[in-house]
Design a protein around this ligand. Sequence first.
Ligand SMILES: CC(C)(COP(=O)(O)OP(=O)(O)OC[C@H]1O[C@@H](n2cnc3c(N)ncnc32)[C@H](O)[C@@H]1OP(=O)(O)O)[C@@H](O)C(=O)NCCC(=O)NCCS
Length: 218
Amino acid sequence: MASSGKAEGSQDAARLSSLFPGVVWARHFPLRFPDGSRIECEDFDAVLPFIAAHQARAFGRDAGRGRFDVEPFDERKRLWLRFACDCFVFIGSAGEPFGIFIGNPVDWSTYCFRSVFVLPEHQGGGHYQRLLAHLIEVLRACGVARVEADVSPSNQVSTHILTKLGFKVTGTTLGERWGALVRFTLHLDERAESIFLDSFCDGPRPQPRKIPTKGDSP
Ligand SMILES: CC(C)(COP(=O)(O)OP(=O)(O)OC[C@H]1O[C@@H](n2cnc3c(N)ncnc32)[C@H](O)[C@@H]1OP(=O)(O)O)[C@@H](O)C(=O)NCCC(=O)NCCS
């Protein structure tokens, strides 16, 4: 599926993120781990078979069960995922894919962590947190002001990880496509964060702390 050593930026040039925020992902990936696994930036079309085969199991349900409005996987959707989104694949030491992450620019200064799953048997290894931390640093360096992620209120793992990384709750939505969602935002721009805190938060200031991730050195 994914291979290292691609010509730098050959795939990036076709993506929206090459303009906003202006990132060449090939310069920042693969992200390698001590256990021999890695995460690569990959074309959406190349990872689609993996997503189709494993998404329902990874989410613990059938995405087409009919409770919400599941839009067909038509050419518009495919084009949008191909050009507007950045796709990253988790690859084990034996070369087997074991997870997928999709993000996309929302506008000129906002990036969205859109979707992710790691196969259940590979969960808990800390790869996902490290990917997010890496993406955040790259996006910060590119001048992105905020990163957003929408999470189901029942998703305790995602809520834990985003909170650990410094995201704050900035809203909630109800929709016909994904039900209730909690909006998390990480401000990468101090001024933007101050405006948010001064305008809307009457509680204590954020309390950042370093919580070790599995595999971190003591
Ligand atoms: C969300 C997901 C990608 C995380 O993958 P992962 O491999 O478990 O992630 P990591 O190993 O990096 O981190 C897991 C963290 O969650 C914590 N965690 C595990 N179970 C938890 C629970 N029930 N409640 C709260 N936190 C929990 C772990 O302790 C760890 O945090 P720590 O390092 O502070 O101890 C994975 O759970 C998944 O694929 N879930 C199904 C799909 C999904 O929910 N996607 C997100 C919505 S689009």
